[in-house]
Every structure is written in structure tokens, then in C-alpha cells.
Design a protein around this ligand. Structure first.
Ligand code: UTP
Length: 304
């Protein structure tokens, strides 16, 4: 008897590209990966892995490179530290140290030369195989109270193909992002069909103010397209260019849909956004928030 497969298999694998050079954050990122910069008291990358796990994806492949060893160490055990905390009876901190290594099944592959996000995603091909998978950018933080990935997984299960995350931005800012031309769908206000994509367009040429943000659920046919994708803007192999080809020809890998995100998102690779993320998340923390907010209020009223 032949085994029957559901039309759209359940997604279990998350790919987290974290091999970029992080030049916007130099010199902090000279010897430390930008994904390890703390947002309050947790490195940015831990929020991203937690987000994947809470959307049901507990097989995580991180794309790393030179200088990225701390990423692997963070999700590994640290017996020395654990036994020191155990000896002290400091169970609360022990739990914090053990938490990252218990989160998910972690895998790593090195990108070699950082030839762009498309190239980083292509490095995941042998691990992913022929199933749909999620991509979460390692420096893009989605507030855990505004879930996005689970909705994207649901839309992918309904339509097949690929799903990208979109956010409406000020039209003058669209040149900083990949941009999508879209059509409405019957799935609700937050779901659109993507008909075209362009990387970092001039505002005058942009087809919309829908910017691509760092979450994707991709059909595995994207790998074949990426293998044939020539370096684009900035001499890098652009994921947007490969997705543009999928959107233009549904026969290649099914349709491309977009989920429009209206929640809180921080690009921790950008210094301003990084500071905003810390202030916001610190203010909302039960342990730190009350004191920090009181200080912030007096700082704003008395010193600004
Ligand atoms: P960015 O363009 O934000 O990362 O890439 P970057 O190149 O590190 O940053 P700057 O502009 O120099 O400051 C988005 C995501 O893609 C990963 C990055 O690590 C980041 O998570 N990336 C980018 C790779 O993994 N490999 C690459 O070749 C490029």
C-alpha cells in the first residue's frame, strides 16, 4: 500500500541566517556577532529561537560564519557555570543558563563568504530537503505578544507555495527594504497575494509601501531558483530576487502570499531600533520595569 502524504506537510524546520557582517554596528560587532548583542539581558538571537519554537518549529538550523562561535556556545551547555551556580544553590540563574540549550534541536552550517541572504538560505538546502521551511532573520525581533509566524504557517498550509511577512512603512523609507506588489485575497485583511517583488526600490518606482520583513515560510523549490540567481543589488545573491521569480511563475513553486504584520518589530542590527527595543522591553519587564520607567520619566522631564 502506498503511503499518502498530506498536500502541504507540517513545517518543523526553521532556518536562521546569522552570518552577516553586521557593519552597521561596528566596532561592537568586530569580534562579537550582532545577534549576540543583549536586548535587556538576553541576546537577540535567543528571542528569535524562542519565536520559532513557539510556532512549533523545534528543528533549528543556524547559518553562521567566522566570528560566530559565541552563537553555538550560547545554545550549548556550560558545565563550569552550571556547577558553580549549583554549588551556590542559585537555582533561578541556573535555570536561565540552561534554558537556551533546552529550547530546540540546534544545527549549524557555515556560510563561508557572506555572499548575501539568498546565498545564506541556499546553505540550508541539504538540511531542509524537500519540505517547506521557515526562515527567521537572526537580527529581526518580533515582539512575542504579536505572533506572526504561526499565522504564516497557517496560510502556507492553506495555499502551499511560499509566504512572506510584510509591513506597511512610510513611502519615503521603502528604499531600505524589499518591496511587494500585492492583490487582496479572501483570507482576510492581513493576507495578500504577492504579484511582484523588488529589492530596495527608489520611492518613485516602488509598487507599494509594503516592505518585506525578516520572516518567511518557503517552498523548497526556492533552492533551485537560488542556484540560478545571479548576484543582484550590492553584488549579493538576494532572496528577494529568487522570490520574485516564484511570484512571477506559480508553476515553479506555487503562489507567494504575504501576511501583513501590524505588531511590534525591531531591527536589532540598526542602532536606533536596537535602543528602542531595549527601552520598550525593559519598561515592560516586571522585575526591571517600575524602577526603569521612573528613572526614564525623570530623565525625559528633567534632562531633555
Ligand atoms: P543584513 O543585511 O541585515 O545583515 O542581513 P548584515 O549584512 O550583517 O548587516 P550590515 O548591513 O552589515 O550591518 C539580514 C540577515 O541576513 C543574514 C544576516 O546575518 C542577517 O540576519 N545574512 C546576510 C547572512 O546570513 N549572510 C549574508 O551573506 C548576508
Amino acid at each position: 500500500m502506498t503511503e499518502s502524504h498530506p498536500p502541504h506537510p507540517r513545517i518543523t524546520k526553521a532556518v536562521i541566517p546569522a552570518a552577516g557582517l553586521g557593519t552597521r554596528f561596528l566596532p561592537a560587532t568586530k569580534a562579537t556577532p550582532k545577534e549576540m548583542l543583549p536586548v535587556v539581558d538576553k541576546p537577540a538571537i535567543q528571542y528569535v529561537v524562542e519565536e520559532a519554537v513557539s510556532a512549533g518549529l523545534d528543528d533549528v538550523l543556524m547559518i553562521t560564519g567566522r566570528n560566530k562561535r559565541p552563537l553555538e556556545d550560547h545554545f550549548d551547555r556550560n558545565y563550569e557555570l552550571e556547577s558553580a551556580l549549583l554549588k551556590k544553590g542559585d537555582e533561578a540563574r541556573l535555570a536561565k543558563v540552561q534554558e537556551p540549550s533546552d529550547l530546540a534541536t540546534m544545527h549549524y552550517v557555515r556560510q563561508g563568504d557572506p555572499k548575501g541572504l539568498g546565498h545564506a538560505v541556499l546553505c540550508a538546502a541539504p538540511h531542509v530537503g524537500h519540505e517547506p521551511f521557515a526562515v527567521l532573520l537572526g537580527d529581526d525581533l518580533i515582539d512575542p505578544r504579536d505572533p506572526l509566524l504561526a499565522r504564516m504557517v497557517e496560510i502556507q498550509a492553506r495555499h502551499g507555495g511560499s509566504v512572506i511577512a510584510l509591513m506597511e512603512v512610510d513611502p519615503q523609507q521603502i528604499h531600505l527594504y524589499g518591496c511587494a506588489a500585492v492583490e487582496a485575497t479572501a483570507d482576510g485583511d492581513d493576507v495578500v497575494k504577492v504579484t511582484d517583488l523588488v529589492e530596495k526600490p527608489d520611492p518613485a518606482d516602488a509598487p507599494s509601501n509594503y516592505a518585506i520583513i525578516g520572516r518567511y515560510v518557503l517552498d523548497p523549490n526556492v533552492f533551485d531558483v537560488l542556484r540560478k540567481t545571479e548576484p543582484g543589488r550590492g553584488g549579493e545573491i538576494q532572496l528577494t530576487d529568487a522570490l520574485q521569480q516564484l511570484a512571477a511563475d506559480e508553476k515553479v513553486g506555487g503562489p507567494v502570499h504575504g501576511v501583513v504584520f501590524k505588531g511590534r518589530r525591531y531591527d536589532t542590527g540598526d542602532r536606533g531600533d536596537y535602543l528602542r527595543a531595549i527601552v520598550r522591553l525593559a519598561c515592560e519587564r516586571e522585575d526591571l520595569g517600575p524602577d526603569f520607567q521612573a528613572w526614564l520619566r525623570s530623565y525625559v522631564t528633567e534632562e531633555m
